[in-house]
Ligand binder design. Structure first.
Ligand code: FMN
Length: 196
């Protein structure tokens, strides 16, 4: 069974992280970290209140998005297995990825578990997939993305397409989630492929 790290950070679109969690857990073991800013946004945008809850309560609250094995860690747990390169994983997703986390990763500034785990993934040359969300993008954001892209990090922003004729937000989210799974060649039928 594959093993992935999924981090949800404080950018708009936290529901995309949860959508990916639901799909990933159907096919892989997931190490999940949600930043404290993401917890604020989950409440604002999705009405999911994780504030002040312990790990068991958080997993219970997210149970509708979990279809398999999940290990949950807070961003403060720098002694978690995923903080070490000796712990083997098949890669890491950060969905959505804030400009702050993007900047920390591109500068090797590993001040929390998400940034440290990404630092480890880069040094171990494993797949790292970032879904940065901001608009418009400044030269600072673009520089950080280019630097990481040149290191082999996959920059996969949550940009929808319309050729599959989405009729609602769910179908837009499915398309983006499917494209993220395509990067690590996980089979799915979340969107209709062009001319297939
Ligand atoms: C409601 C809300 C929406 C936000 N949306 C974004 C966003 O789309 N992109 C972004 O880079 N930052 C966004 N921010 C700011 C980040 O949450 C902030 O920079 C935070 O420090 C990110 O921390 P983290 O990367 O550790 O989660 C938003 C903040 C709030 C409160």
């Amino acid at each position: 069974m594959k093993r992935f790290i999924l981090a949800i950070t404080g950018a708009s679109g936290t529901r995309l992280g949860l959508r990916l969690l639901a799909e990933l857990t159907k096919r892989a073991e997931v190490y999940l970290v949600i930043s404290s800013s993401a917890i604020t946004i989950l409440k604002e945008e999705d009405g999911i209140d994780l504030l002040g809850k312990n790990k068991e309560e958080i997993l219970r609250e997210l149970s509708g998005f979990i279809n398999g094995k999940v290990h949950y860690f807070t961003e403060k747990e720098l002694d978690a297995p995923i903080a070490s390169g000796s712990f083997r994983t098949d890669g890491m997703f950060i969905v959505p990825c804030s400009m702050k986390t993007l900047s920390a990763i591109s500068n090797g500034y590993a001040s929390n578990l998400i940034e440290r785990a990404a630092d480890v993934i880069i040094k171990e040359k494993r797949p790292l997939i970032l879904s940065p969300r901001e608009m418009p993008l400044s030269p600072i954001h673009l520089d950080n993305m280019l630097k990481l892209s040149r290191l082999g990090v996959i920059i996969a922003p949550p940009v929808p397409a319309f050729y599959h004729k989405p009729e609602n937000i769910d179908e837009l989210l499915n398309f983006i989630t499917g494209k993220l799974l395509d990067v690590v060649t996980i089979e799915h039928d979340l969107y209709k492929r062009w001319r297939q």
